[in-house]
Design a protein around this ligand. Structure first.
Ligand SMILES: Cc1cc2nc3c(=O)[nH]c(=O)nc-3n(C[C@H](O)[C@H](O)[C@H](O)COP(=O)(O)OP(=O)(O)OC[C@H]3O[C@@H](n4cnc5c(N)ncnc54)[C@H](O)[C@@H]3O)c2cc1C
Length: 196
């Protein structure tokens, strides 16, 4: 039995995964995140994330989780054991809770690349092979963050990768190149419920 049937499943809830989830859900796609909570951010202190002076990595994650929650992302603390292409398109993601279906999958598992390998994504050496859209060789499957980079492991890069993946999914869904712009008037309580 399929427990979840959604637009986007994100596997991994570090900066890459939560950024992908934020952009996807904020722009109307039902989005579920499965995360084992072993993000490298728990070991980091950021001085190099533009726009943020100095922040403990776990505190950064707490804010990021509250932000995605405020937009309605469904987050589960769970380990994904398998991801495969579905018989009728889309993907089937397996956890101990059961099987979950989605039209798109975003892999954001940090330096762990086993799920990308079992899904059949092409690799370039040790890295999952993606371009600037973050789409892998498997159509509608994306890979983001540390898993697609050699040493360029910074939170701000991972968050950018996640955003790029979600915007590419949104472009496919909306049938035209899509961007996510807001203006100051939008801050009057329209989005998210978080304030400065
Ligand atoms: C000691 C240290 C210091 C650092 N200092 C800095 C710094 O000062 N500035 C900076 O920008 N960056 C720093 N970094 C790097 C930064 O933490 C990473 O660039 C960033 O966390 C990468 O984000 P990500 O989303 O790609 O992966 P991660 O943050 O590692 O997130 C991956 C997530 O996927 C989950 N996951 C993996 N497999 C599965 C699965 N099968 N099922 C479910 N979930 C899964 C993991 O549990 C984890 O929560 C530091 C890292 C370390 C180790």
């Amino acid at each position: 039995m399929t427990e979840t049937d959604t637009d986007v499943i994100v596997i991994g809830g570090g900066p890459a995964g939560l950024s992908a989830a934020l952009f996807a859900r904020k722009n109307g796609l039902d989005t579920v995140v499965f995360d084992a909570d072993a993000t490298w951010m728990h070991k980091a202190h950021l001085f190099n994330y533009l726009g943020i002076g100095s922040v403990d990595g776990s505190a950064f994650m707490e804010t990021a989780r509250a932000q995605v929650d405020s937009f309605g992302v469904e987050r589960h603390e769970a380990t994904v054991t398998d991801v495969a292409e579905g018989d009728d398109g889309g993907f089937v993601v397996s956890t101990e809770e059961g099987e979950h279906a989605a039209d798109y999958v975003v892999l954001a598992t940090g330096a762990k690349r086993d799920l990308a390998e079992s899904l059949g994504c092409a690799f370039d050496g040790d890295l999952v092979d993606v371009g600037v859209t973050m789409e892998t060789s498997v159509e509608d499957a994306y890979a983001t963050g540390a898993m697609v980079r050699a040493e360029e492991w910074q939170a701000v890069i991972a968050a950018g990768d996640g955003a790029a993946a979600a915007l590419n999914i949104l472009s496919k869904e909306k049938g035209e190149r899509y961007h996510d712009f807001d203006v100051p008037a939008d801050a009057d309580g329209v989005f998210g419920g978080m304030s400065e």
